[in-house]
Design a protein around this ligand. Sequence first.
Ligand SMILES: Cc1cc2nc3c(=O)[nH]c(=O)nc-3n(C[C@H](O)[C@H](O)[C@H](O)COP(=O)(O)O)c2cc1C
Length: 429
Amino acid sequence: MRVASIAAGLAATASAQSAQELINSVLNPAPGTSPYSSYSTQIYYNATLFNETPIASTNYDKLEASAKLRLDPAAYDYAAGGAGLETTVANNRAAFSRWSILPRVMREVYPKRNLTTTLFGKTLPAPIVMAPVGVQTLYHPDGERATASVFGELGLPFTLSTATSTGFADVAKANGVNSTRWYQLYWPSDDDLTRSYLKTAKENGYDVLVVTVDTWDLGWRTRDLDRGFFPFIRGIGVQIGLEDPVAHQKLGFNPLAKNATAEQKQTAALYHVITTSRGISPVWDRLPFLREAWGDGLIVLKGVQTAEDAQLAVQHGIDGVIVSNHGGRQIDGAIGSLDALYNVTNVVKGQLAIGFDGGIRGGADIFKALAIGADFVQVGRPVLWGLAHEGAKGVRHVMKSLLAEFELTVGLAGCQHVQKLNRTHLLRV
Ligand SMILES: Cc1cc2nc3c(=O)[nH]c(=O)nc-3n(C[C@H](O)[C@H](O)[C@H](O)COP(=O)(O)O)c2cc1C
């Protein structure tokens, strides 16, 4: 297998180079010069010559299983679980199995398939974004710093959650000066807090506002309820609230001050949770306030599941929607998010940017979502399971694997450019 990969690379780069140069360019590519799929060559090479296998499995189910062994059971369940009987979690995956890829052969597909995409005015190496995921220090002490640093390295956008366990500035620093970062808002019930969070986000270089509209109250999460596990009350995932100057004014104290008491910290944590996730449901009529508070920046609504709501987003001048059901964590018995994507793209494709998440587990899933009509996809749980494997090292492995498999799928299905993916590459089964 290793020989086959190397041979493919040799043929692909055939030029006036010597054989040794060709081999070196495949086995030890200069950073940024090799296709993502060369990650498989590196894996085979390292295993064969150095007896070094990857830090975690390249198979999602095995990755999750080994993360489970490394994690506190409550932390594992917090990420793995969903609402009620978890049928929406299952529906997210089932929706993928109803679409199959139709591979085309004998086409001119170059070894370096082109995955680049322009999104919100920026060119990205691939249409893949880190989903907003809170409380990441539950999965590794480096938490959001680790994930943000890897997404920065890869040139892919990182979305910071309002439920982050690491503050705006620290994540921005880890993410890197020229990296693309977005901020996900759980829209507070207090406008002063909203303005303050948005101001700090902007000051720290978060340039797309993702407003999560499906989680203004918490779903019925049975695994967490059975344990009584809610990390926020323990002070994990409330860092934005703890650091916020307006929250300090409202509370009458700074919970991060040296002389702050344990009780004050607990109060500040609860205040953040209550104002952001036990809030008032955001309504369409309030969007002008957000527009004014965010200025001329881009606004994307996350959590849209119907064509009707996507149309309303268009009518309200929103820049994008993310078709998402929060990984099945909010409503039990809802449709799979990929089915929602089909309905949404049928109606609003081309009128605003369409993102997708819910069940992306491998490169073929990314291919299917884009071929159905998404402009970009978000990755959630796989990154957390990667994070559980030594922080940034595990996240890097998961993301490089995902990119490699995606690129291979694009090429092996006979496509050269990711922007040309469409429904003719799929069969509904
Ligand atoms: C542990 C965990 C925490 C999450 N936290 C947030 C969050 O803070 N804000 C948000 O908009 N979505 C959050 N999500 C949902 C993700 O953004 C995304 O919609 C979901 O993970 C997609 O499903 P998948 O991971 O199964 O592909 C969270 C998901 C998980 C698993």
